[in-house]
Design a protein around this ligand. Sequence first.
Ligand code: GAP
Length: 561
Amino acid sequence: MRFSCAPLALMMMMASPSSFLVRAFVPSSARRAAAGSGSMKWMSATAEEAPAATTEEEPFKYDFTMEDVVSLCKRRGIIFPSSEIYNGFAGFYDYGPMGSELKKNVKDAWWRHFVTQREDVVGLDSSIIHNPTTWKSSGHLDGFSDPMVDCKETKLRYRADQLFYAPVIVDGETVGYVCVQEGNDDDMVKAAKKQAKKLKKEKKIDGQAEAFAFKEVIEATEEEMAQIPSPGSGKPTLTMPRDFNLMFETKVGAMSDESSVAYLRPETAQGIFINFKNVLTTSRQKIPFGIAQIGKAFRNEITPRNFIFRSREFEQMEVEYFIPPGDDVWPPMHQEWMDSSKAFLLSVGLREELMGWDVHKGDSLAHYALACTDVTFKFPFGEQELMGIAARGNFDLTQHTEGSGKSLDYFDETLKEKYIPHCIEPSLGVDRLILALICSAYAEDEVGGEKRSLLKFDPKIAPIKVSVLPLVKNKEALVKVARDLYEKLQKRWNVSWDATGAIGRRYRRADEVGTPFCITVDFETIEDDNAVTIRDRDTTEQVRIPLDDVIPYLSKAIDGY
Ligand code: GAP
């Protein structure tokens, strides 16, 4: 589901500062009616079992904040705000030297897991800009929108499903309203309390306010809206919600008129559907089979926020897995893709205790949506959707058949039947996964009485796999052995050379960017045993390994074979 965390009723006792908000993972409505895959996920699903999930009994508490994550990413060259020298550009980010390696490794791991290690999935790299009719057929042109409200005074724009209002009730009487933006529970509570206090002061009301019953602003009546304060102006200056299409428009060709309008793709999935026949006829695949694609997607998000969690330019890793129709066919396939998605996420280092599952239920199921389950993750700003795994029926291929006039059906030799294939769609955002992996990996501990901060990245995704450290830099023979080893390792992995400073400081530097192994070449190496010391980032344990065994040792530890 695209926007999963839509609290239906966030209850907070004004009198109890320790009480926390309970969030229900229930799609609030089918606002993005029939607007392609993004919107489909608003719709509810079957009740099939999600893999074993963590419960939401205790809210997870990080000992760091999102501000810490953002600043760490900048300091360590992982992610920078885009166009920073021009004061940035909201909703866009740049990946630095460490981040670009990390991102590449995450995408490679996904590709290996879902494409090269399977015989029934093949890859695709479609263009970002398609014939615009694609988006008419998919439903995005008419329905890929978010409800928004504008503040008439500040000109700020808000997503109506991320703005929550509640009446302030004192002695059984509504004395006004509070309105807060979606955030972590504590922040929302704090902001609401502050507003209620101000309101009571202005109106000279002494009594204790009752529990807040929050609702999305989208549910507000016109009468209520005339009293709900805008978070920007503090006055009732919000417009009623209206739909805002999220696709970025561009112009193609020399003419600049209506006929030249095209769109930056808001998802990679449609590139797969419109290539279904091409891939089918050239890859010798038979149903069931999948087409995978990794690539950029663009959405003109009304309120990009939480760093790379919701940005305007991001990358998706998606598979459309085509299957025969039938009520008994898709459930086991859907389950299989949920299991496989979980296995992948754990294999790249996602902390299992921070994962959850959100099976969509409800009465607003789009006619084509059979099921959708989100994998959620407990980010520092709350539990939110990480990825979605949907059973999409044959909606997309049917739409493109109608829109293009080209048949996208399939003759099944086993069933001796012609049909438009159905599909299962696991869809995962690269950037969102990277944020979850950074949150999973960030740690602080003490080594030898000294505090250190480290990124416990799985070796598979670590930007730098090994740091080679010559113990001294003024002993030619020692440096030569170290340099030879470094150049050998470079052929296989991204490795770093660090010959400056005390060895302890060099270890810290490597730990900080999540380098899983440090290799020290010392005097014994050249004078005695022709071996080196390999230090493990997480345990800080050191092993002595003959030079000839270094590559097999690292191969096993990094690549698993
Ligand atoms: N084809 C299905 C689809 O696009 P979606 O739920 O809208 O479904 C899938 O998006 C995934 O893409 C999300 O689970 C999330 O990981 C990622 N994603 C979506 N919008 C994003 C945004 N604005 N910024 C970062 N990642 C986003």
